[in-house]
Design a protein around this ligand. Sequence first.
Ligand code: Q46
Ligand code: ZN
Ligand code: ZN
Length: 324
Amino acid sequence: MKCVTCKGPAVIDIRRHNANFCVDHFFELCRRQVMKAIDDHSMIAKGEKVLVAVSGGKDSLAVWDLLLDLGYEADGLYIGLGIGEYSDTSGDHARAFATERGLTLLEVDVPGRFGYDIPSGSRAARRAPCSACGLSKRHLFDEAAIQGGYDVLVTGHNLDDEAAVLFGNTLHWQTDFLGRQHPVLPARDGFPRKVKPLVRLTERETAAYCVLRGIDYLVDECPMAAGNKHISYKLALNDIEKMSPGAKHSFYFGFLDRAAALFEPEAEADREELHPCASCGAPTTAETCAFCRLVDRAGGEVPHDDQPSAVPVVLGTTRAGAKQ
Ligand code: Q46
Ligand code: ZN
Ligand code: ZN
């Protein structure tokens, strides 16, 4: 197996590109794909202050590493969700990555600050674990980005994630969601701009990137993921991809090119008037936001110290330079 560019020994075959790559040219491919996603969708301008949502898994560490490598100044944000050993280990991976590279990692500990963890809090609030978790993460990502004065919030969603969400939204014809499924959500009404620079890379590629770069990421799946429909959508799409390499890419990017705009007016019309939450000030359509209602029902499930500040704790101290 030879590298398509230099004819040296290849380490990975990528069937949708019909090509094999050596280590260096695979890194180059990853950087090129991230740059293209950023340019095509005007995700991040040079000099903007970037916050990366970091879980300790392959995608978030890969995107943080790639952005630094491309010359962006990027801090990380880790949210401790209190999912037992899984959260302990994921936090260790995020902190180790930041410490080894002298990066700034902000941290919010949900049990410590709000008095619930995802297993007990989701039961108390009668929500599915991933629903309570997703709501908590979205709220705390937005809060940290706005309060920290960041221009843009980056998440590590990859092509498999986006194709699986699109598959689910299409399967159920959730046209309002289809109108909002875009790799960039512009800043509006107190929400930060949110971008997904890994949409042109698959999870196999982000895993390979981490392994070849020597990035130590958390391999274990979240124990609360069982029953999550997106996992079965990903498996179905993997079967299709095996028979038809490039299918995921053309499904997702074909949608963005040819169909997404058709659903945007509906999503826009569905947008209700937002005003500040009476309790925390975050934008919401109700009197108090869904996160504050979750904390009302779930808070107190575990001991906590009522951290008064909404500003995350700064763990690292040195601002990022490009990784060597
Ligand atoms: S961490 Fe949270 Fe995921 Fe675990 S509880 Fe579900 S949403 S599966 S990315
Ligand atoms: Zn090569
Ligand atoms: Zn609120």
